[in-house]
Design a binder for this molecule. Structure first.
Ligand SMILES: [Zn+2]
Length: 680
């Protein structure tokens, strides 16, 4: 490291070219000719065995360089002094960077955790100033600081970055160290001007606010007989609360179906933007969503429709994100950044996987089962059918009593963590080891799991425990979070290189959380005797994946359409979205629902405020099924440790080494086919 720093200093002293000021969208000042020149200089000096690293490293560093970092000559000098040709020295530098990144990440994480304690934990009175400290982000300027001191360029020059395609093809033969080098190479692949990132944040925040305020006062909805079906004052946030209301009405044999149909009409009006603007977030008017007429004091009043605001939010997000494209190297679309970059499964691969699932003949079997249970034909909103939730044979009060007694407070739960792990089959020694790295804190909210970023620090299990002790529902969630903590601990402490710590993406930590959560009764030494429970749970998971994959499909097609029509207006996007939603419906849903041209798959609020996030939901379930099936006849603790200490490989290689196959829909489809047979 000493060598690097002194060379940087020398380089700045030698050349007197003045750095220029940052403009809003500054791009590289290193042209193609300079890149070629530097590349051949280095090749001459270091020979063929380094040519791949030289070519890629110089190109990578050049793409990130700005005139504020120095002129062409400074860049040339930098590459010549900073390129490391000796494998031994490269390893020394790699290890020093790893050590120091662990120190930086670990301490920044401790600052964040500490400042957020008054916000997250039930530890005394909260003051407004707690939120100001809580939103302080120690990482905010880290990346730019590492460009300024040129460490980012040293990393980019010496540790080549690989595309997802290359990681897929070459990665299977890489050593662990080569994988760790590749992960270090992922650190500096784009340098997006802060002003553009700010524009992205602004667009996303505005979309969030739009969604967060989009309430429907269902108490003011009227049917064709001018009757209100919902209680006075009841307001539901679109689309989550509307959806949950549809779900809960399966239990209402009296007015349930009529209420579901009414809410479904509301959803269709929102997607089509035919909803009167003044019924959003207001109970001033009565609204008949069937006729789309509005009333006040018994008189009909004509109101303007919402002016395509829903689609304007998507356009705003698209425009801000598209500006980032040209600063993102090969990841030059938001679609690529989200799939190849973040999930590390390509968009076409995701689409193929979803297509296989949605086209499966099992869909028809489950649909028949639902029809039988409902005693009627399916209606579009039955994509949210909620009747497979198995009634537990356990007495809820008894369960509450057991968990309240065992977990009266956070300290009691923390003390009990080793026993939970022993019950799951971990040795006493391993249980004590893992539990010693996990703290249990009393949460203000429903709780979460917050991992450590450096060895020596603890992961935190945040759980809400009332004065009367933890009830069963709270316990069930806490076991889910504990699964996250165990993953966080194994994938930090037991992974051989810090650069590989973690999991491929969030779906992989969710999978272990689900796996733990399903064993909650087993941990309490209880057994649910409802023989159908497991089968119903399988079919329930199948049907919810069927729904969420459909909306994920719509989300993907909408973004492809946006890139094909970058100048589209909100009105054009509305028409396109409706058509896409209908196409996906007609292809995958109409055959079993027997109804054409429904737009329900366009209602998801995540499409507006969290673009291209929806696909990630499905993966947690697929991975959970694959791992459960694989470990069924093996040692639970041995497999969990073996699988999760692989660290952050790409998803398909992680799965290949975990269960001998890439991410696949087959285990869910097979398990569902079996479950349907047994239920029938
Ligand atoms: Zn979770």
């Amino acid at each position: 490291m000493k060598k690097i720093l002194s060379a940087v200093l020398a380089a700045t002293l030698l050349f007197s070219c003045k750095p220029t000021q940052n403009s809003k969208v500054e791009s590289t000042n290193i042209d193609e000719t300079t890149v070629k020149e530097v590349t051949s200089l280095l090749k001459e000096k270091y020979g063929d065995e380094n040519s791949f690293r030289i070519e890629r490293g110089v190109k990578q560093a050049a793409g990130l360089w700005r005139s504020s970092d120095g002129c062409k000559d400074t860049f040339k000098e930098f590459c010549q002094t900073q390129f490391i040709s000796s494998p031994d020295e490269l390893k020394v530098v790699f290890e020093k960077i790893s050590r120091n990144m662990e120190i930086i990440n670990g301490n920044f994480n401790l600052i964040t955790l500490g400042l957020l304690e008054p916000v997250h934990l039930e530890i005394g009175e909260q003051h407004a100033i707690d939120n100001v400290f809580g939103s302080f982000n120690p990482y905010a300027h880290l990346s730019e600081d590492l460009y300024k001191n040129k460490l980012a360029f040293t990393i980019a020059l010496n540790f080549p970055t690989y595309s997802l395609d290359e990681k897929t093809k070459m990665g299977a033969n890489w050593s662990r160290l080569e994988w760790a080098y590749a992960r270090l190479g992922d650190m500096f692949t784009s340098r997006v001007p802060a002003a553009l990132l700010q524009d992205v944040t602004t667009a996303e925040t505005n979309a969030d606010i739009y969604i967060a305020d989009y309430n429907i006062f269902v108490g003011e909805l009227v049917n064709d007989n001018n009757e209100k079906l919902f209680p006075e004052g009841m307001k539901l946030l679109s689309h989550w609360n509307l959806r949950d209301e549809i779900k809960s009405n399966y239990a209402d044999n009296d007015k349930g179906l009529e209420k579901q149909r009414m809410i479904y009409q509301v959803m269709k009006r929102i997607v089509a933007q035919e909803i009167p603007a003044k019924v959003v977030n207001s109970e001033e008017y009565q609204w008949n969503p069937y006729s789309n007429k509005t009333f006040k004091d018994g008189e009909e009043v004509a109101l303007e429709r919402e002016p395509d605001s829903r689609y304007q939010q998507i356009i705003n997000n698209f425009k801000a994100l598209k500006e980032v494209d040209k600063f993102s190297g090969d990841m030059d679309t938001y679609i690529k950044r989200k799939f190849d970059g973040e999930m590390e499964i390509s968009q076409p691969d995701v689409e193929a996987l979803f297509d296989k699932y949605l086209s499966s003949p099992v869909v028809k079997d489950v649909a028949e089962l639902i029809k039988k249970r409902l005693g009627r034909d399916l209606e579009p909103f039955d994509i949210w059918y909620d009747g497979f939730k198995a009634r537990s044979s356990m007495d809820q009060n008894m369960l509450d009593q057991i968990t309240q007694k065992r977990f009266p407070n956070a300290a009691a739960m923390e003390k009990d963590l080793p026993n939970i792990l022993v019950k799951l089959g971990f040795t006493k020694e391993k249980s004590d080891y893992l539990a010693s790295k996990i703290a249990v804190d009393p949460a203000r909210g429903s709780g979460h799991a917050w991992g450590a970023q450096a060895k020596g620090d603890k992961a935190h299990l945040r759980t809400r425990i009332p004065a009367s002790g933890m009830n069963y529902k709270g316990y069930n969630i806490a076991v889910h979070e504990f699964g996250h903590n165990v993953e966080q601990t194994i994938s930090l402490y037991d992974v051989d290189h810090y650069m590989l710590n973690g999991v491929p993406n969030t779906a992989f930590t969710e999978a272990l959380a689900f796996i733990f959560q399903k064993r909650d009764l087993f941990i309490l030494d209880m057994k649910d005797d409802n023989p159908e429970k497991a089968n119903l749970e399988t079919v329930d998971a199948f049907w919810s994946i069927y729904e969420i994959m459909g909306v994920g499909m719509v989300d993907m097609q909408v973004w492809k359409w946006l890139y094909a029509n970058p100048n589209a207006t909100a009105a054009e996007l509305r028409v396109a979205t409706e058509n896409i939603a209908k196409d996906v419906w007609n292809k995958y849903y109409a055959p079993v629902f027997g109804i054409q041209n429904e737009t329900i798959l366009g209602i998801y609020s995540h499409m507006i405020s969290n673009p291209l996030y929806l696909c990630a939901y499905s993966f947690g379930h697929l991975i959970d099924f694959q791992i459960e099936q694989y470990i069924a006849d093996k040692s639970f603790p041995d497999e969990v440790q073996r699988i999760y200490k692989q660290g952050r490989l790409i998803p398909n290689q992680w799965m290949q080494q975990a269960v001998g196959a890439p991410v696949s829909v087959d285990p869910v489809l097979n398990a569902t086919a079996e479950a349907v047979k047994k239920i029938n």
